[in-house]
Design a protein around this ligand. Structure first.
Ligand SMILES: Nc1ncnc2c1ncn2[C@@H]1O[C@H](COP(=O)(O)OP(=O)(O)OP(=O)(O)O)[C@@H](O)[C@H]1O
Ligand SMILES: O=P(O)(O)OC[C@H]1O[C@H](OP(=O)(O)OP(=O)(O)O)[C@H](O)[C@@H]1O
Ligand SMILES: [Mg+2]
Length: 285
């Protein structure tokens, strides 16, 4: 049977969450130590452990069918690569930054300046769009040190919490793009393998949706049922079950994590008691 070839980062920021997502999708991988390729035990899938930076090229060449990769790299080297799913982790941005003492008003201030970056295509594209000419210095890591050692006037690199910029006396001045981990697909994927990809996508969607919601169980006095039900969003409508005490009912529902605490406060105010909250492993729709 044909297998789908998926790449994940060998080590680094995306590695652990990529594997845990596949595991939550019920794909169990038999890994030997330092093995760069392994097979799933219960799904027609081969996993390849690669450098994140190399993945776009492997996808373009069709050596792998899909991959979990940082979205920012698709802008750098990923024309023709499609995003099948956004995965919601490793969120960051690619930004321009300058020394804290640089009097920066607009992007025009970088005209004729030296910019150090590991993302030359992304940086150049942005400068071209803004009509600014600058000199790029390509370096592969520790980019934030460049202005402090006189190698560059500005940098273009990944920012998440901003602490690396802060520690290196830099300030973020322009956000070029936002990124997260994505499931990306090769333009050369065959129809047969696409069917396997669809199965993985369906599982990923169910897992990610489950992570966004909480299952809520509570007890409600029957005379408050209508009010309490009106507070609960639910997928369709909440489940209401009678309790042994006939003046009370048990209500089950799902609540989005974004509105969770607000909903819980309202439920308590409306007379709900014994509120239990459980994680949802998967939510299939
Ligand atoms: N500080 C961060 N916070 C959140 N996400 C990040 C951060 N740094 C990088 N990322 C995201 O994770 C991806 C992987 O970053 P990481 O530093 O692990 O690998 P990499 O430097 O791209 O290299 P390699 O090619 O060696 O695997 C990046 O492409 C980016 O999308
Ligand atoms: O805004 P922050 O939360 O400080 O994160 C940003 C830093 O994280 C990444 O580096 P990483 O730690 O991945 O090291 P690397 O340069 O070796 O890839 C990135 O290149 C920045 O340096
Ligand atoms: Mg990094």
């Amino acid at each position: 049977m044909k297998k789908i070839k998926i790449a994940v980062q060998k080590s680094g920021r995306l590695h652990d969450e990529s594997l845990s997502l596949l595991k939550d999708c019920g794909i169990s991988i038999d890994n030997g130590k330092d093995q760069l390729k392994a097979s799933a035990k219960n799904f027609p899938l081969e996993i390849y452990y690669l450098r994140n930076g190399d993945i776009p090229q492997y996808l373009k060449d069709g050596v792998i069918d899909c991959a979990i990769v940082g979205e920012n790299l698709l802008i750098e080297n990923g024309e023709s690569i499609q995003i099948a799913e956004r995965l919601g982790f490793s969120k960051c941005r690619v930004s321009l930054a300058v020394s804290k003492i640089f009097e920066y008003d607009s992007i025009k201030d970088l005209s004729g300046k030296r910019i150090a970056t590991s993302y030359p295509v992304t940086t150049q594209k942005y400068l071209d769009e803004q009509g600014v000419e600058a000199e790029l210095h390509i370096i592969n890591g520790s980019v934030e040190i460049a202005p402090n050692i006189g190698l560059a006037d500005a940098i273009c690199d990944i920012v998440s919490s901003g602490s690396t910029l802060f520690k290196n006396n830099l300030k973020e001045v322009e956000t070029i793009l936002k990124s997260e981990a994505v499931l990306a697909t090769s333009p050369k994927i065959t129809d047969e393998v696409s069917k396997l990809l669809d199965k993985i996508r369906f599982r990923i969607q169910s897992v990610l949706k489950g992570r966004d919601f909480r299952y809520v169980l509570l007890n409600a006095p029957n005379d408050k049922l209508d009010e309490i039900i009106s507070i609960l969003p639910g997928i369709k409508s909440p489940t209401v079950l009678p309790l042994a005490n006939e003046k009370w009912s048990s209500i089950h529902s799902v609540v989005h994590q974004d509105e969770f605490w607000e909903v819980i406060d309202k439920l308590k105010e409306a007379g709900a008691e014994g509120i239990l909250v459980c994680p949802i492993e998967k939510m299939v729709q």
